[in-house]
Structures are given as structure tokens and as C-alpha cells.
Design a protein. Structure first.
Length: 133
């Protein structure tokens, strides 16, 4: 919630001052810091005991840590401090690593459920529809 609150206040300030030069950093904060982390958190909450706990923590540390570093750096670059450009790779790789951990967690949970694609509700509906035709 911290990321979305900061993002909302930041957006309000940009609107009030009519200075939208930080819009890319604002958008990254909202999308990576709130939307992506919310999706990840919801997944882990719904997965329950099937979720790999250590991997979830690694996912969180990489993703949130990357956001905490990349947003101020991006804001500095947008403000004209281009010397930080090459260093952006560090938090960007953290965020990419967090996404990789999330993908691995999804695959692990999917394997632990023992459900095949053919057993999925959408596949059954499609199969029933095709049989009726």
C-alpha cells in the first residue's frame, strides 16, 4: 500500500503543478510497486501451503528492493542526472529476477496441484460445447 499511496500523492502533485516530467517514474512506481506486487501477493495468499515460502520471500526482496532502488534512480535520470544510467541495470536485474522467481513459484504451485490442463474448468466447458455441436 505504501507504493500506491506515494504514487497517488506524487500524481496529485504533478497534476497540481502541471509538471509531468516525472510521469515515467510515477507510472513505474504504480505498476511495479503496486500492481505487480499486489498480483504476486494475491497469488501467494491463494496458493496457501502449496506456495514455496522461501522462494516467495526471495521474490519479495528482489521485486520490492528493486522498486525501492529503481524509482529514485529513474527520477534522477529524468531530472537530468544521466550518470546514473549504467547503474540502472542493478535494480532492473533485481526486478527481472523477482519476476523469474514468481514464474518459478507459479510452476511449482501448478505442479503441486496435480491438475492437468485438460482438467481445467475452461477446458471442460469447451469440450462439452464441442460435444454438443
Amino acid at each position: 500500500m505504501l507504493c500506491v499511496l506515494v504514487g497517488m500523492v506524487w500524481g496529485t502533485i504533478m497534476g497540481a503543478t502541471q509538471d509531468h516530467s516525472m510521469s515515467p517514474a510515477h507510472a513505474h512506481l504504480n505498476l511495479l510497486g503496486f500492481v505487480a506486487l499486489s498480483i504476486m501477493g494475491t497469488f501467494y495468499a491463494l496458493a496457501g501451503d502449496r506456495a514455496p515460502i522461501r522462494l516467495a520471500w526471495v521474490n519479495f526482496v528482489l521485486s520490492f528492493g528493486g522498486v525501492l532502488i529503481v524509482i529514485p534512480m529513474l527520477a534522477q535520470i529524468l531530472a537530468g542526472n544521466t550518470a546514473l544510467g549504467p547503474l540502472m541495470a542493478i535494480p532492473e536485474l533485481m526486478i527481472i529476477g523477482g519476476a523469474g522467481c514468481f514464474l518459478a513459484a507459479i510452476v511449482m504451485v501448478w505442479r503441486r496441484t496435480g491438475v492437468s490442463v485438460a482438467d481445467a474448468p475452461a477446458a471442460k466447458v469447451d469440450a462439452a460445447r464441442m460435444a454438443a455441436e
